[in-house]
Design a protein around this ligand. Structure first.
Ligand code: PXP
Length: 240
């Protein structure tokens, strides 16, 4: 299986919004990363729309020729918006207003989850759940009817960055066990959060990762090397 790369362009919008005008343009950014090999464009429309806005998502859907992966909180307002946007994929994520980024996986005990997943699937939208790397949550995702899970790789990525070998092994094994469980339950297996060239390359030891979703590192690194070089380098790491 050829692993796919989803590029999260939220931080292009963060930069744009810093001046309240149109530059840098997110459509141009999306087209540039697609030209360089991105397989999908990931956007997180937050409740406060602090980076990507609903209007951005609607324009993106019209202007790009690759799938959109909409990250959204499990709220009625976002469900209505997703049903209007009809992206190819939705990834349901937890959301706290004050957090800098998505700090952990979803709480799968929320009552409305099953209903939201079903309504999205009824419109032929593929649904993944952003979860912590534990077997219980993979099993529960399957019961809830998810098509895929995306494992929060933050703890793994930061232990690799900090060269904490013990923790790297522990976190890596948790992710690997989750992949096996996903395979057994026929759900797609995606990963994301905090990934860099090194951590993405390390995760390649796990076969059958469907998609890597990467944002912050790609945007940051592109300040030095440009989108084209950075996205191509990731594709080389993931696909070779
Ligand atoms: N996947 C999900 C579900 C996320 O919420 C995020 C962060 O917005 C990412 C992937 C990308 O994480 P990062 O920006 O750290 O690469």
């Amino acid at each position: 299986m050829k692993a796919k790369l989803g590029v999260n362009i939220d931080h292009v919008a963060t930069l744009r919004n810093a001046r309240g005008e149109g530059h840098p343009d997110i459509i141009s950014a999306a087209k540039e990363v697609i030209k360089s090999g991105a397989d999908s464009i990931t956007i997180h429309v937050r409740e406060d729309q602090r980076h990507i806005k609903k209007t951005d998502a609607l324009i993106l859907k019209k202007k790009i020729n690759k799938p959109i992966n909409l990250e959204m909180a499990p709220t009625e307002d976002m469900l209505r918006f997703a049903l209007k946007l009809k992206p190819k994929y939705v990834c349901i994520v937890p959301e706290k207003r004050q957090e800098i980024t998505t700090e952990g996986g979803l709480n799968l005990n929320q009552k409305n989850l099953k209903n939201i997943i079903q309504k999205l699937k009824n419109k032929k939208i593929e649904v993944s759940l952003f979860i912590n790397p534990n077997l219980k949550d993979v099993k529960r995702s399957h019961i809830l009817g998810a098509n895929a899970v995306e494992i929060h790789t933050g703890a793994f990525a930061s232990s690799l960055k900090n060269k904490n070998k013990n923790k790297v092994n522990i976190e890596f094994n948790k992710i690997k066990q989750c992949q096996i469980e996903c395979q057994n339950t026929h759900m797609k297996f995606n990963v994301g959060h905090g990934l860099t060239y090194d951590s993405a390359a390390y995760l390649k030891k796990i076969k059958n990762i469907n998609e890597y979703n990467i944002g912050h590192f790609i945007i940051g690194e592109s300040l030095f090397d440009g989108f084209s070089k950075v996205v191509k380098k990731f594709k080389n790491i993931l696909v070779k």
